[in-house]
Ligand binder design. Structure first.
Ligand SMILES: [Mn+2]
Length: 244
């Protein structure tokens, strides 16, 4: 199996289309495929903050649910949007407001369609994806070795939010421990969630959230090649959003 794992998209649909093209995917009768039989995977956080969150949902739904051409694992923003669609009282902040605004512009049938797509995607997604053939685990905010195989609430919190302490930094961002430094497993752990200027390789982990929505890049990690492919962002650069 050959896999192209794509980092946090956050509604950057145009950049996603450019990356998919750069990775060599093609279209035939509106269906995407790769002439070299590659598949796509998404580390989550498809929506929020960027200009075209709903088109990203439609695309990922098409690839994962309709074509079965890859995998999707949810991010914290996906989880929140799902709870919004369930009718829960979710605060419309941290970018959710942009997705909701797009959603409210749609006709009722269009709303039902895209809501159905997102809910189906989410409900069918594992908390994290183990790809045995590539000796790889895909998890939105990463996963420590001891959690692989577990699916309890603690694991859910970790894969969605990372190794949070409960504390907050001066600018309001949560304090996160650097779990990757302590990872000594043999499997690749491919994740996102925390924007970095360059893909961050630590032990056998790689963070591919290169902050496209904050003006940097949208990144894919190819396996088994262990190769990075990226495209530049079209969004304004927001330096303070990046760590490392
Ligand atoms: Mn995230």
């Amino acid at each position: 199996m050959k896999l192209d794992i794509i980092g946090d998209i956050h509604g950057c649909y145009q950049e996603l289309m450019e990356l998919v093209e750069k990775l060599g995917y093609q279209y035939q009768n509106d269906k995407i495929y790769h002439p070299d039989n590659r598949q796509l995977a998404f580390v989550g956080d498809l929506t929020d903050r960027g200009p075209k969150s709903l088109d990203v949902i439609r695309f990922v739904y098409h690839v994962v649910m309709e074509l079965k051409l890859g995998f999707y694992v949810p991010g914290n923003h996906c989880d929140k949007l799902y709870r919004y669609f369930l009718g829960n009282n979710v605060k419309q902040q941290h970018g959710l407001e942009t997705t909701v605004e797009e959603y409210q512009q749609l006709s009722k049938p269009e709303q039902l369609e895209v809501k159905g797509m997102m809910m189906t995607l989410y409900e069918n997604a594992p908390l994290y994806k183990v790809v045995n053939e590539l000796d790889t685990v895909i998890a939105h905010a990463g996963i420590p070795e001891k959690y692989i195989g577990r699916n309890d609430k603690k694991v859910k919190t970790f894969v969605l939010y990372g190794d949070i302490t409960g504390g907050k930094l001066a600018d309001g961002r949560p304090v996160r421990r650097d779990w990757a430094q302590h990872y000594h497993g043999d499997k690749w752990i491919v994740y996102g969630h925390t924007p970095v200027l360059e893909p961050r390789f630590v032990n056998r982990t790689v963070n591919i959230d290169t902050g496209c929505v904050f003006g940097n890049q949208l990144t894919a990690f190819r396996l088994p090649e262990e190769e990075i492919i990226n495209v530049p962002s079209k969004q304004p650069f927001v330096e303070e959003k990046f760590s490392y």
